[in-house]
Write a protein that binds this ligand. Structure first.
Ligand code: NAP
Length: 303
């Protein structure tokens, strides 16, 4: 069974190279003929790991290729996911399975609703990778990918292929709880690092602000029936701030590089869920307004 991978960006490439190295069939899905030509000119996909580069000529095709797709790893950003799935939908077989790598909440749910007959497996990853050139990706942080399906607890057969490819993963029967917890951690840390323009560790000087946000986030999580995700939130946020003190958050890096953020699926989603439930979340709401203004002032989308 071929692994079709949509999005030859950071995570898509990281998965593609490891699967291909394990002799599993992989096909990359690129936007258009120009991207395909650029990919071929680059000689394939390069992964830099522990300072060593390995380039593999993994087969690639454009989105509008007619070949059917049974297994799809959706590796684009949250704001591109629904559009990408709409473009690829005619190629999906009736028993297609999708693995959705998007961060935050909202986009995986949009895709699942758009494809009611496909099996959509939701992922939450702590691995880290970034692009440092065309079709060249650096493996920057070891981690783990949680996978789960809120509609069916049985793990898929192909998890063994991930083990064979050396992709650390774990099946989760409560993937929604993991996604909510990650969203809450992100909301408590990333927007503040953008607004204070600081590394994660410098948030230790803003302890009251962080604690007040965690209290509102916990209230939201309880209201969304996510008690497990709310438990010990502030402690974990403080641990993460300490353990990643020297890091620049992904949102801060995006803003610094003039890239669109996934705010609409992170803090934006949290505030929208709070509003839908009639909650008063003044700190989170003010944070969202300040972040949106900050993005607009830099000419970046605020959703
Ligand atoms: P990325 O480097 O920007 O890669 C996304 C790729 O998807 C780009 O190559 C983009 O092409 C492509 N794409 C978008 N729409 C497409 C379409 N319709 N057809 C074909 N290709 C399309 O993003 P990423 O960092 O891998 O992130 C993917 C998701 O994983 C995000 O939600 C992110 O938050 C999450 N995540 C990332 C990391 C990480 O370390 N990178 C870690 C954990 C979670 P263009 O370049 O042409 O736009």
């Amino acid at each position: 069974m071929t692994w079709h991978i949509l999005g030859a960006g950071s995570l898509g490439s990281l998965w593609a190279v490891r699967l291909a190295r394990a002799s599993l069939p992989v096909t990359l899905l690129l936007r258009n003929a120009e991207q395909l030509a650029a990919y071929r000119a680059a000689g394939g996909l390069a992964l830099v790991e522990n300072g060593a580069e390995q380039r593999l000529a993994i087969p690639a095709q454009t989105l509008d290729d007619p070949a059917p797709i049974q297994r799809l790893l959706l590796a684009c950003k949250a704001y591109d996911a629904l559009g990408a799935v709409q473009a690829i939908a005619p190629r999906l077989t009736p028993d297609a399975e999708l693995i959705l790598l998007q961060n935050g909440l909202g986009s995986q749910q949009q895709v699942t609703e758009r494809l009611p007959h496909a099996r959509c497996i939701l992922a939450s990853s702590t691995e880290g990778a970034y692009r440092d050139g065309p079709f060249r990706v650096v493996f920057a942080g070891r981690g783990l990918t949680w996978l789960g399906d809120p509609r069916a607890p049985t793990p898929p057969q192909w998890l063994g292929e991930l083990s064979r490819a050396g992709i650390p993963h774990e099946w989760s029967e409560r993937i929604d709880s993991r996604l909510w917890r990650k969203l809450a951690l992100n909301c408590a840390i990333n927007p503040l690092t953008v607004l204070h323009d600081c590394r994660n560790g410098e948030l230790q000087a803003h302890g009251d602000e962080v604690a007040a946000l965690c209290a509102e986030l916990a209230e939201l999580l309880h209201a969304c029936d996510q008690d497990d995700a709310a438990s010990g939130l502030l402690d974990e946020v403080q641990r993460v701030i300490h353990a990643t003190a020297a890091n620049s958050s992904s949102m801060r890096q995006d803003v610094a590089a003039g890239r669109r953020t996934e705010i609409g699926y992170l803090l934006g989603h949290a505030c929208a869920e709070g509003a839908r439930r009639g909650l008063r979340l003044p700190r989170l709401t003010a944070l969202l307004q300040a972040l949106r203004a900050h993005l607009r002032a830099r000419g970046l989308p605020d959703t």
